[in-house]
Every structure is written in C-alpha cells, then in structure tokens.
Design a protein around this ligand. Sequence first.
Ligand SMILES: C[S@@+](CC[C@H](N)C(=O)[O-])C[C@H]1O[C@@H](n2cnc3c(N)ncnc32)[C@H](O)[C@@H]1O
Length: 149
Amino acid sequence: MRVLDVGCGKGELSARTADWGMRVTGVDFSLSAIAAARDAHSGRGGLLDFHLYDVTATRSFVPAPEPVDLVVCRLSFEFVDSPRFMVHLGRWLKPGGVLHITSAIADRMPYGVAHRGIAIARLAELRDAWKHVTVYRLHDNLVGIALRG
Ligand SMILES: C[S@@+](CC[C@H](N)C(=O)[O-])C[C@H]1O[C@@H](n2cnc3c(N)ncnc32)[C@H](O)[C@@H]1O
C-alpha cells in the first residue's frame, strides 16, 4: 500500500505508517521540517522517503507525488485546504483511495487559534462531496475523518 503524508512535518506519522509495512512518502514545504524528518528517520530503509513539496502550488519544479492508496493529513489539512490542493488530490489518489484527516474542530477551539482546526461547516461540505465519510473521535477535540469516493 502506498501512502502520501501531506504536511509531514518531522515525519513521525510517516515513520509510524512505514513501520506498519506501507510505502510512505512524506511531503512538506518547510525545508527545516524535511531536513529534520530525513535526519530522524534516515535509518529505516526503503519504505520511507521525504520530499520538499508545496501541495498547494500551481507549478512545481520537483516531480509530483506518485498516485497512492491513502493520503494522510495530520494537523495539516487546515493549512492546505484549498481548491488547488483538491485538484492535486484528485490526481494523487488512486481510484477507491482514501483521504484521512486528523484535525481539531475549529468551532470548539479558543478564539484566535480556530484556524488550526476544521470548521463544522467545512466538515459538512466534505460530507457532501465524498461518497463514503467516517468521522470518529480520537481524544479531546481531535477527530479522525476518513473520506473515500
Ligand atoms: C501542524 S504541522 C503538522 C506536522 C505533522 N503532520 C504532524 O502531525 O506532526 C503542519 C505542517 O504542514 C506543513 N504545510 C503547511 N502548508 C503546506 C503546503 N502548502 N505544502 C506542504 N506542507 C505544508 C507545514 O510546514 C507543517 O510542517
């Protein structure tokens, strides 16, 4: 199974997912995050790699990610959610593939940090746009959202 970890940061989720036997590419537009991810997880062998990549860019000088079965956005969807990302996503996800989002619910967050969560209205839009939607509570205000189709 191939996985794309969008906004992978220091690559913790990418590495954990590779430990489960999946082939994972972590992408982030932060040079320091990619450097830290490579540094932290370089010894793990062929199932894991990290690339500098802006997932909302109109054009990129580096190759786009290969199509994958699963795209994960842990605490990053709220930053990359844009029409451009959705267009890219359509190409990166294989037919039947899943987008998994881990996010806080913005409406339950304190004023001033709500941009770090996904709004309930946006969640409703995603429910309308995807055929299969599962939302489950992780802990506190954090939810997992699995979207397919
Ligand atoms: C809150 S951090 C989450 C990092 C990681 N997913 C985690 O759970 O630890 C959000 C990450 O998204 C990345 N990011 C934001 N916008 C991005 C974009 N357009 N393209 C790629 N990465 C982006 C940031 O650089 C940052 O590393």
